[in-house]
Ligand binder design. Structure first.
Ligand code: ZN
Ligand code: ZN
Length: 212
């Protein structure tokens, strides 16, 4: 697997400082679990963040806060079984799906395309998308940021071809029509922080029902 499309510097910096909505964090965590290159870049950002924290002025803590923190540390940690990844779903996704691909609760969007919205906070929406080989997704623009990560198969649009592990970052400037590559059904993880802007009437009418 060769990953060609990576996390941009501004996004990686935002991830490192913990300011992104949960849905975006999930997509980026999945990319990071597959991509050593971005993992190394994240390490550099984390170091910069640490240095910045060290150089900040100190603030007096409330009485007893050290004791309270230490008490928490000595409590036994709840038993959490280690997360396992499978061939399609990397470990960060398994918790959200509640198992492997068989556990995904798909809903049809028509034309064989299916989605499953994952439980995240409401600041952005994360969904798994299943696009049959050769099928196109309706032509659309974006009102905010859309992150799309390929888990199986591949798709292409006017920007590039995206295969497993690749991340497409779309914003207001991009209008595109992703098409799944022939030969293998495409499964993606996508996150959006605003509704898409569909150019055709039919998907526009269906939009509120599917939270796209
Ligand atoms: Zn990467
Ligand atoms: Zn899009």
């Amino acid at each position: 697997m060769t990953i060609r499309h990576h996390i941009s510097d501004p996004l990686l910096m935002a991830y490192s400082s913990g300011v992104l909505p949960e849905a975006f964090n999930l997509v980026l965590a999945v990319h990071l679990s597959l991509c050593d290159e971005c993992k190394a870049r994240l390490g550099a950002f984390d170091t910069v963040g640490g240095v910045l924290l060290d150089s900040c002025e100190t603030v007096a803590m409330a009485n007893g806060s050290l004791a309270a923190t230490l008490a928490k540390l000595t409590q036994p940690a709840p038993h959490v079984p280690p997360r396992k990844s499978n061939k399609i779903l990397p470990a960060p996704l398994m918790d959200y799906v509640g198992g492997g691909l068989a556990a995904v609760k798909w809903r049809s969007l028509g034309m064989g395309v299916r989605q499953a919205i994952l439980p995240t906070d409401k600041a952005a929406t994360a969904r798994l998308l299943y696009i049959p080989a050769g099928q196109e997704v309706p032509d659309h623009g974006h009102r905010g940021t859309e992150l799309t990560l390929v888990l199986q198969g591949a798709f292409h649009d006017k920007v590039a071809r995206f295969g497993r592990g690749d991340l497409e970052i779309a914003n207001e400037d991009l209008n595109h029509q992703p098409i799944a590559e022939a030969g293998e059904d495409c499964i993606c993880l996508a996150a959006t922080d605003a509704p898409l802007r569909f150019n055709a009437l039919l998907p526009r009418l269906a939009q509120p029902f599917f939270r796209i």
